[in-house]
Design a protein around this ligand. Structure first.
Ligand SMILES: Cc1ncc(COP(=O)(O)O)c(C=O)c1O
Length: 363
């Protein structure tokens, strides 16, 4: 049986008519359906990439010592995460590949259960299915009853909802996971983009009491440093789990290209370009949020991250059409799980000009 037959359809074709409608709008489409960065890569990062472009040899799967040190320092400086062993840092060729391969690389199989958020980034489900594991959508540990999952994905700030899980919630997840012998994989790719609520890492001492056992934090530079095109992320946490992933990934040839390692090291050492990018997104968010509220939408969650999770109290497909008639394309909430059926996700990843056009059309 083809492996792909196990995987869900990601049904972009179901919004093709809305896309065509939005494209035909005078002034053109404002495409807020995908979260792809539009602002240029900072010159500092470009120079670091080019500076090692002549190096011919194989890079290390573990990354350079400079890259791993830069990760440790950035996590401490930006998020107050302490006690990370540089040995327990592992680069990923973008975090999507890491997430999709994680259950399998950790040895999970048919007998295992993977827990994913109720409304979720689709790759968690894909990850479970690729490893042959069962998956269950649950936002709280009480929903899990007597189940003993092998792996729990959490995602705060969330894609698509922008919801932030507080220290107490994350502590409960860690406590539950330790009781039941589960690994927690915390996807923190929007951690640096918190607006109305502080976002904390699973490795924050207030969450894990400084004990990283059984915990993995997954970080991407795609959004915070505009590096989606470079494919740059990493995982860190439990040294034993990271060592195991390193072994498996070494044998699999999952190696971050050397120029990207250099670029990522430079990006992690510089907070200024991140701050500038965050302020761009803050301004776009303020404008778009006000406009959707004026247009009668309710904005739910959306405390952090790169999306507004909005509803008009009707089917997401009706809202999608209403927006498309005004030249705006969003993503229907049902893409992310059945509980998203009355929401749409609007990305903040469009130029100032396009966001302003959307705001004008909405009000
Ligand atoms: C929640 C979440 N995790 C992971 C990723 C993957 O990012 P990348 O593969 O670019 O690191 C994304 C991308 O949109 C995401 O939204």
């Amino acid at each position: 049986m083809p492996v792909s037959s196990r995987l869900p359809d990601f049904p972009w074709d179901t919004i093709a008519a809305d896309k065509a409608l939005a494209t035909a709008y005078p002034g053109g489409i404002v495409d807020l359906s995908v979260g792809t960065p539009v602002d240029p890569v900072d010159p500092l990062i470009q120079r670091a990439l080019a500076s090692v472009a002549e190096v011919p040899g194989y890079p290390a799967t573990h990354g350079t010592p400079a890259l791993r040190a830069a990760v440790v320092e950035a996590l401490a400086r930006r998020f107050g995460i302490t006690g990370v062993d540089p040995e327990a840092v592992l680069p990923a060729i973008g975090t999507k590949e890491l997430i999709a391969g994680l259950p399998r690389q950790l040895g999970l199989g048919e007998q295992d259960l993977v827990v994913i958020p109720e409304v979720a980034y689709p790759t968690y489900e894909v990850a479970a299915l690729l490893s042959g594991s069962r998956f269950l959508r649950a936002d709280g540990v009480t929903r899990l009853g007597p189940e003993s999952p092998a792996l729990i994905f959490v995602n705060s700030p969330s894609n698509p909802t922008g919801k932030v899980l507080g220290v107490e919630h994350l502590r409960k997840v860690v406590e539950f996971a330790r009781e039941r012998g589960a690994i927690v994989a915390s996807d923190e790719c929007y951690l640096g983009l918190a607006w109305d609520a502080p976002a904390v890492s699973i490795l924050d001492p207030r969450v894990c009491d400084g004990d990283h056992t059984g915990l993995l934090a997954i970080h991407s530079l795609s959004k915070t440093s505009n590096l989606a095109s470079y494919r740059a992320g990493f995982v860190t946490g439990d040294p034993a789990l990271v060592r195991e992933l390193l072994e498996v990934r070494k044998h699999s040839g999952l190696i971050m290209p050397f120029p990207v390692q250099a670029a990522m090291t430079a990006a992690l050492a510089d907070d200024e370009h991140e701050r500038v990018q965050r302020e761009r997104y803050r301004a776009r968010r303020d404008l778009l949020r006000k406009a959707v509220q004026q247009a009668g939408f309710r904005v739910d969650d959306s405390e952090a991250g790169l999306y507004l999770w909005v509803t008009r109290g009707e089917s997401s497909r009706s809202t999608l059409r209403w927006l498309a008639e005004r030249g705006i394309l969003a993503a229907p909430g049902d893409f992310y799980g059945p509980r998203g059926a009355e929401h749409v996700r609007m990305a903040l990843t469009a130029t100032d000009e396009r966001i302003a056009a959307a705001a004008e059309r909405l009000v």
